[in-house]
Design a binder for this molecule. Sequence first.
Ligand code: ADP
Ligand code: MG
Ligand code: MG
Ligand code: MG
Ligand code: MG
Length: 442
Amino acid sequence: IISTKAEVMEKAKEANVKFIRLQFTDILGVLKNVAIPVDQLEKALDGELMFDGSSIHGFARIEESDMYLRPDPKTFAVFPWRPRDGAVARLMCDIYNPDGTPYIGCPRNTLKRVMAEAEELGYTMQVGPELEFFLFHIDENGYPSLKTHDRAGYFDLTPIDMGEDARRNMVLTLEEMGFEIEASHHEVAPGQHEIDFKYSDALDIADKIVTFKFVVRTIAQRHGLHATFMPKPVFGINGSGMHMNQSLFKEGQNAFFDPESPLQLSQEACNYIGGLLKHARAISAISNPTVNSYKRLVPGYEAPVYLAWSGRNRSPLIRIPAKRGMSTRVELRNPDPSCNPYLAIAACLKAGLDGIKTGITPPPPCDRNIYEMTKTEREEFGIGSLPGSLEEALAELAADDVVKDALGPHIFSKYVEAKTTEWEQYRVQVHHWEIEEYLTRF
Ligand code: ADP
Ligand code: MG
Ligand code: MG
Ligand code: MG
Ligand code: MG
């Protein structure tokens, strides 16, 4: 791992790098970048490169628009698909104010702030995301379609799957960029895939999620395919999720593992689950941030709807995978890949820490299939549900001080402003379904 300025300079020379892309995300998680020739690299590494923040979503006002980029040497990676002679490399950056303080509108700084809070208690958060995506064909005019020639299903190996070649190339490219790929497989829906990489600390994984989406899209395009992380592109089949496996390590050991307790889960693990469940409705405004996200969170498509946890079945919001020891973890199943990973991870960590700090006891695990329970039975067990829409989720967020705190006041207000506009734009549209349903009936 590269960790100093000198090492980056050396590596860039060795890899014959000509251009550097300085990358960061806006508050919605959209990747931005500024390209610089390699002779500016030293200046960039010293944090002396300035950009105009006023044109970035959720960043500063015009009158305070000078922002500085501070690249993180650990994120140096060469783009394997670009020429090797005069190569292109990237560095992920934090955003700083002209006075040298971290900028509060920077999602990466925000995650670091919450991680520091965990570190005060001796914890390092570990995250293992499972990103799902669709590969669709590009039509004659170069536009992405919803067509797939692939009829494969979960774990299938088929000659008709054009996506297979693309996926193989994605895996190889990601490996070259420092990902440890654990598995890749065809998912349940036609054209749907999943690539899993090894868990790591929260910041490294948030950077990796952003990089992953960028690489998958780039490689798909080179195979004449369009990769989409849209949560529910096609009605009637599974949508794409981003399960977030999470645990806390303390002194190099998994703090969620306790061989002595009945479920072999520690007190911390239970409180963390309690915190996640308590704040899940507010978190969804961040982890499921689009109008479309809520079309995935419906019964019948393996996505969670109800607020419960289980060590066994996959219907609740939180599953405890069977593995113990270092792999002891909590799997949160509602996040989808349209979220800003820095903010989503920060929100989960904050909620889990709240569970630990205030000693939240979760309700008993629910090992029944919740989808087969009646509404009255669910009420008896105290099982609530996730928000049904972005609008509902935003109201939950506004009412949850812990999750608001994870974002900080600046990002919270900019985020809610942007998302409320998104909801309003959607709300006033006349949708295809309405025409089908009403045009001839009335
Ligand atoms: P699933 O059974 O839900 O399909 P996968 O095998 O696809 O699970 O993904 C499991 C993820 O959990 C991987 O990214 C893996 O690295 C990660 N993981 C393993 N141990 C931990 C841990 N202690 N903390 C967080 N994530 C972990
Ligand atoms: Mg998986
Ligand atoms: Mg799996
Ligand atoms: Mg999956
Ligand atoms: Mg999973």
